[in-house]
Design a protein around this ligand. Structure first.
Ligand code: FES
Length: 120
């Protein structure tokens, strides 16, 4: 089982292949935002990688990061990442302090849209 470390929260065993956004909310119990419901539209699911940033990236994530001009190093969309190795992340987009009424729409178990894999 991959280990997910969330800065200032803890380290959690996560089922291999689980969506990172789901691991953050379900396994780590954080208030990570996911406004669009995990379909690579909103960027509120973004996290900053401390270690273990994946090399691979979905085409949808690549396009959304480009269009939304998200250029900070290590910042990725947790809805577009599968937990297939150990990762350490920093929460940078939480419900707390956001002014939003909830974390966002329901997130499917599988990465959406159906992933077309590329690299960063
Ligand atoms: S881009 Fe909206 S939840 Fe990931």
């Amino acid at each position: 089982m991959p280990k997910l470390t969330v800065e200032n929260v803890g380290t959690f065993d996560v089922p291999a292949g689980k969506r990172l956004v789901q691991a953050l909310t379900q396994d780590a119990g954080t208030d990570q935002l996911h406004a669009c419901g995990g379909v690579s539209r909103c960027t509120t699911c973004r996290v900053e990688f401390i270690e273990g940033e994946p090399e691979k990236m979905t085409e949808a994530e690549k396009e959304t990061l480009r269009v939304r001009e998200v250029t900070e190093p290590g910042v990725r969309l947790s809805c577009q990442i599968a937990c297939d190795h150990d990762m350490s992340v920093r929460l940078i987009s939480r419900l707390e302090g956001s002014g939003r009424k909830d974390q966002g729409g329901a997130v499917a178990d599988e990465i959406q849209p159906a992933p077309q894999w590329t690299t960063k």
